[in-house]
Ligand binder design. Structure first.
Ligand code: ADP
Ligand code: MG
Length: 160
């Protein structure tokens, strides 16, 4: 796994990082986001969706578990926060969502182990010391995506 660390100091930087990440995503890939409420998961997703040519408003799927947006392909925005048991993943049709023809963006992705996500980028967001600071770790399999690191380098400091 390759691991990159970045710090953002405001919302628009986080959105811009999302735009960078979004430009790497192909159908059959996705983003798994972890981080507490207010960490910036939906913000980064809105940047990602901008790059994927989504024109609808992007917001957390609070009352439903999943939104689907129209972009370069069907883009699924999923929030596992209110998912109570692993079996519910079947109810939202996770297996179909994770198929080759879609892109998936999952908030609270650490709540349950998600199958079929080897291709994904994992993003872990934590609050910094200042109110608008966020520490963001980006992880992916560099053997599956050898060009992602270079593409992200313009934006990201290399961590360990
Ligand atoms: P989550 O989906 O993780 O609950 P949101 O993206 O909905 O988080 O909200 C993040 C909140 O934090 C927004 O109100 C945003 O304005 C604020 N914020 C402040 N600084 C940042 C930053 N550096 N990156 C992202 N959001 C930030
Ligand atoms: Mg959210």
């Amino acid at each position: 796994m390759r691991k990159l660390n970045v710090k953002t100091i405001n919302e628009s930087q986080t959105r811009l990082l999302g735009e960078n990440i979004g430009s790497l995503l192909m159908p059959g890939t996705g983003v798994l986001l972890e981080g507490e409420l207010g960490a910036g998961k939906t913000t980064i997703i809105s940047g990602i969706c901008g790059s994927l040519r989504v024109e609808e408003e992007v917001k957390s799927p609070t009352f439903v578990l999943a939104w689907v947006y129209r972009g370069i392909c069907p883009i699924y925005h999923i929030d596992l926060y209110r998912l109570h048991q692993y079996e519910d993943l079947e109810n939202i049709g996770w297996e179909e969502i994770a198929e080759e023809s879609n892109i998936y963006l999952v908030e609270w992705a650490d709540k349950f182990p998600l199958p079929y996500t080897e291709n994904s980028i994992r993003i872990i967001m934590t609050l910094g010391n200042e109110p608008n600071e966020r520490y963001i770790t980006i992880e992916f399999d560099e053997t599956l995506h050898p060009h992602w690191e270079r593409a992200l380098m313009t934006y990201v400091d290399i961590g360990n």
